[in-house]
Design a binder for this molecule. Sequence first.
Ligand code: NDP
Ligand code: 2IT
Length: 444
Amino acid sequence: MSYVDEVLDLVVAKNPAQPEFHQATKEVLESLRVVIEANEDEYKKDALLERLVTPERVIMFRVPWVDDKGQVQVNNGFRVQFNSAIGPYKGGLRFHPSVNLGIIKFLGFEQIFKNSLTGLPIGGGKGGSDFDPKGKSDREVMAFCQSFMTELCKHIGADTDVPAGDIGVGGREIGYMYGQYKRIRNLYEGVLTGKGLTYGGSLARTEATGYGLLYLTAEMLKCNGKDIAGKTVAISGAGNVAIYAIQKAQQLGAKPVTCSDSTGWIYDPEGIDVALLKEVKEVKRARLTEYAANRPSAVYHEGKGVWTVACDIALPCATQNELNLDDAKTLVANGCFAVAEGANMPTTLEATEYFQKNGVLFCPGKASNAGGVATSALEMSQNSERLSWTFEEVDNKLQNIMVNIFHNLDDAAKRYGKEGDYVAGANIAGFEKVATAMKAQGIV
Ligand code: NDP
Ligand code: 2IT
């Protein structure tokens, strides 16, 4: 049995009931086969892959808080500090009822390679809770965030581990958590990113993941002789990533015609009205039915269905495994020729394979959504030098980073005879830097 297969078996045996973590490790290690097999004995002697798939530290804790009725509620809190070979742990916090250890481990594992691809000095980590901010009052969200940070603050710091947002964690939650960190640790430091602009946040961080996704998609198309202008785009999600992906797609001359949330989806053949979507989602925190009620050209459907719309480009921006094999078949049959992931692992392994076999340009999330964490690293730099850069400065750096990421993964794929396989290219390019740093630092 090859070393890669041994480690894949080990991951399943040692991490039972964590299917998303198994999926993420399988995708990465399958891509790395060509790299590992060229030097198998050395990697195996150093147990490099076993170390790579084992988090450096896992923190799990109780989060008790009191709701508006005086009832005590209890949630689970997690922080997985996965790999610090190339920098302090960096990665978001997710608050969603589906959160469990396996989900946080898959996200933390992906983050190692994503952060490496940015070219910036950040290691991989992720955290979160099964707390559901939906339907909670601001006071309840604050009570939860304060309790969550009361424990988390013992384990993080500007040079140790720097969390940020993810699903269910935006500016409001980061603000409450930052306030509690500062109060307990008595440190005014860049311990979180995605902060408000009045207390150390970076311009363009809010927009960064969606904008970065479009910068990379445009470069991928350009390098394949295509232009994003004039293309019809299907987008899922209606949160931070989706909203700014829609906005940048429009700025680049494309036409996004869909968005979705966990209850339904919108088809708007005239193009999504971003101002209205922001009002519904960012201000009112309402459902997409509100969007349809205020937009005559839009049709609202209950349930899932974004991928049934004919499009040139598909950008899944909601959550993991939201695009399966049937969806991939429908997209290809309807003429979709490019997919770039805004979410983390939104495409199942079978769907990814189907796209690749059918000549669809496919960019994995660890490359195409890296603009968010890259701009978080730029926020860390600004906090360290106690200065803030203009929107244009940050946006220009983001654009360069996304273009470089695409070329690095394209080159890595070519070096290993896998031209056009951007999944392999991203995993190999991300891995190379981390593996070199791990080897240099000895057996730790
Ligand atoms: P938000 O919470 O802002 O938005 C998430 C969106 O996806 C909402 O529209 C939500 O609908 C929908 N959604 C979430 N979970 C589900 C589900 N289980 N089923 C159906 N719809 C769902 O999160 P973000 O936009 O920040 O994150 C979206 C994705 O992008 C995630 O995979 C995240 O990990 C990834 N990502 C985020 C980055 C960031 O900077 N924020 C950076 C890189 C990746 P509803 O409101 O109804 O729950
Ligand atoms: O998945 C991700 O890259 C994020 N949620 C952003 C992480 C960050 O530290 O900005």
